[in-house]
Design a protein around this ligand. Sequence first.
Ligand code: PMP
Length: 450
Amino acid sequence: PYSGLSADEILQKRKTFLGPSLFYYYQKPINIVEGKMQYLFDENGKRYLDAFAGIVTVSCGHCHPDVVNAVVEQTKLLQHTTTIYLHHAIVEFAEALASKMPGNLKVVYFVNSGTEANELAMLMARLYSGNLGMIALRNAYHGGSAGTIGLTALNTWKYQIPQGENSPCYKSRPIPWSICSNADAYVRELKDHIDYGTPGKVAGFIAETFQSTERKLLQSNHRCVGGAVELAPGYLKSVYDVIHQAGGVCIADEVQSGFGRTGSHYWGFETQGVIPDIVTMAKGIGNGLPLGAVVTTPEIAQVMSQKIQFNTFGGTLCVLPVGSLWLKVLDKERRQSHCADVGSHLIERLRTLQQRHDLIGDVRGRGLMLGIELVTDKKEKTPAKLETAVLFEKLKGIYHLTSSHYLQSWRAGRKRGLHGNVFRIKPPMCFTKDDADFLVDALDYAISGI
Ligand code: PMP
């Protein structure tokens, strides 16, 4: 039994002792005290079906027994030393990760987060190219550090610090409402950017393949990222050519889309048929433990040998065995094809639901990386902001109605989209077809009553 603080008490203390910029999704946030695979439990033992995996982080499931065992065994033996000593786990994981990479992407750097991974990637791009300007996409999010907030175009993430003069980050290309079919216009726009908005040379380009969009949070006017907008077919291939011609390197941010989540491919960038020069990853790679990585070619890595590059906790021993094991679990449990199966079942059911509810304007994504966009007018694509907010709360509340049911409730993907009108569904990869059915039925029920 849970004997900790109540949700109200936690909220009160959070307001007093933690920073004011923290956000939450529900008007009354839930106090989660336990997790098992695709389920979360609150302090009263209520079970929620988790469709968002701790922001796309708990990849193989909450407290997956193999992962827990690996952490416990390693922690009992040796917790941490840093890379000043040798240890087999770090080279084994680096080798395993490199074996999952195409082309000559063979050199691995371990860090602690996606932000750090993208900072390092930017540093490499600038050193290797000898240029400063980075190009990122509009609506992108690549981290919260001083450097990486320069890569986002969302003003609500940006503080008043230098982001332009010494290390320019140019933004390109608005992402369309849905999957756009013609990449040419966007590629031309990027080329124009380079020709007219930069010295003609750039350090690099960074993008997710399934780009995030933004939403307004309920309790503030802050916006944050999220969504599942797939880049136009052929877009990255043409852009990579343009960037290489301008002397830059191409970075794929796989923080959310990697490790088979898209179902069709192991890495998101493979859906575009490209091989990046640098790949960054975090979140799912540690199944909930702080781990990130940058993988690049030996040639690019070489520029980093000019100085020391060191990270105390990057790839610490308590975390690394999880990474190694997770790659094995992924293969053993055939998670990529599972994501493809469950994802296509979910998309099919959602598209059927779309026929019945005008509120559902778009169902997009691949595998277990989906977005459901709600609109009040399908033709005009008017964002259904209020309806999304109401639905979100209703879905959370469903467990009250079916408290003894097999699946008591679900935790919807956080509402996202440029206007706060997109549900993002990115559950732990052990999510089943039954879970998908429950999710769609719950959505159907909630929309019907709106
Ligand atoms: N890149 C992407 C695509 C992300 O979604 C995030 C986090 N939401 C980051 C980078 C930053 O990762 P972290 O929060 O681990 O620093």
